[in-house]
Design a protein around this ligand. Structure first.
Ligand code: NAP
Length: 268
């Protein structure tokens, strides 16, 4: 990644998936700018970013605010002229939307806001990014299996992630002729602020560990490694892909009985 420059959106704290990715990219020589949302987040993101670069470019950007989105990419252009990569690790749904019955609890506002922040924002960022991206650049977003299968309480976020994955394919088709690749990483559950917003989190982590092929929870370092592959020339010719990094959980049709016993705390 030496000589490559790009934007990482979605670092909230040291547990953020975006932070694991940023550290890996930086270790491989990349220059990284970060977005954050508001002053309270700046207080958390700045000290982290400064561990990678003594004078990091930090940009205040709520993805629902067009002016801030414009200003973010203008600032990148002013500083670097061109960029080589974009990491989009942003999602949001109201807590009331992430528990219980999907059919009863999903409101119009809740649905639209989840789609806006968690899916449209990638399209919106990609459009701005491509205008200042070198040909041969690369973009990555983060998704979850709840887009493909029903995960309890994930509800409207599953719908938004399905839209995000479809958007990834359409973006890949539009930007492919310029050699710009667009991919999604479908990560297994990782303990972050965003994950804490989903109901029955403890069950989700226990079940994933017991029922995944590797009998373990997802390591953020594995997600960061996949991002490095996709954002660097290692990933040449890979685009429009949703790549699972979840210990093989997505590949399991029926967990073995012992795994179910372990997940439920029963003696087998
Ligand atoms: P995280 O640390 O909480 O990161 C989520 C980020 O989204 C935060 O920086 C948050 O900023 C930002 N965000 C939310 N609304 C925003 C807005 N309107 N404008 C700008 N930024 C906004 O959690 P994470 O788990 O690393 O999430 C990163 C991505 O990975 C998300 O797309 C998530 O769905 C995906 N993912 C997570 C898991 C998991 O188990 N953790 C699994 C698969 C996929 P604020 O804190 O300021 O709101």
């Amino acid at each position: 990644m030496k000589g490559k420059r790009g934007l990482v959106m979605g670092v909230a704290n040291k547990n953020s998936i975006a932070w694991a990715i940023a550290r890996q990219l930086s270790a491989q020589g990349a220059d990284i700018a970060f977005t954050y949302q508001g002053d309270s987040l700046l207080r958390r993101v700045k000290p982290l970013a400064e561990t990678l670069n003594s004078d990091p470019l930090l940009l205040d950007c709520d993805v629902t605010n067009d002016d801030q989105m414009d200003a973010t990419f203008k600032a990148l252009e002013d500083k670097w002229g061109k960029i080589d990569f974009l990491v989009h690790a942003i999602a949001f749904a109201g807590k009331d939307q992430l528990a219980g019955s999907f059919v009863d609890n999903t409101t119009r506002d809740g649905f639209l806001s989840a789609m806006n922040i968690s899916a449209y924002s990638f399209v919106d960022a990609a459009r701005r990014a491509k205008n200042i991206m070198n040909d041969g650049g690369s973009m990555v977003t983060l998704t979850y299996l709840g887009s493909e299968r029903v995960i309890p309480n994930y509800n409207v976020m599953g719908v938004a992630k399905a839209a995000l994955e479809a958007s990834t394919r359409y973006l890949a088709a539009d930007l492919g002729p310029r050699g710009i690749r667009v991919n999604a990483i479908s990560a297994g559950p990782i303990k972050t602020l965003a994950a804490a917003g989903i109901g029955s989190g403890r069950h989700m982590f226990r079940f994933n560990k017991a029922a995944s092929a590797m009998r373990d929870n997802t390591d953020p370092a594995g997600v960061a490694g996949a991002a490095l592959y996709m954002l660097s020339d290692l990933g040449l010719s890979c685009t429009g892909e949703t790549h699972h990094v979840d210990g093989g959980f997505h590949a399991i049709g029926m967990p073995v009985e012992a795994a179910m016993d372990e997940a439920s705390g029963r003696e087998s």
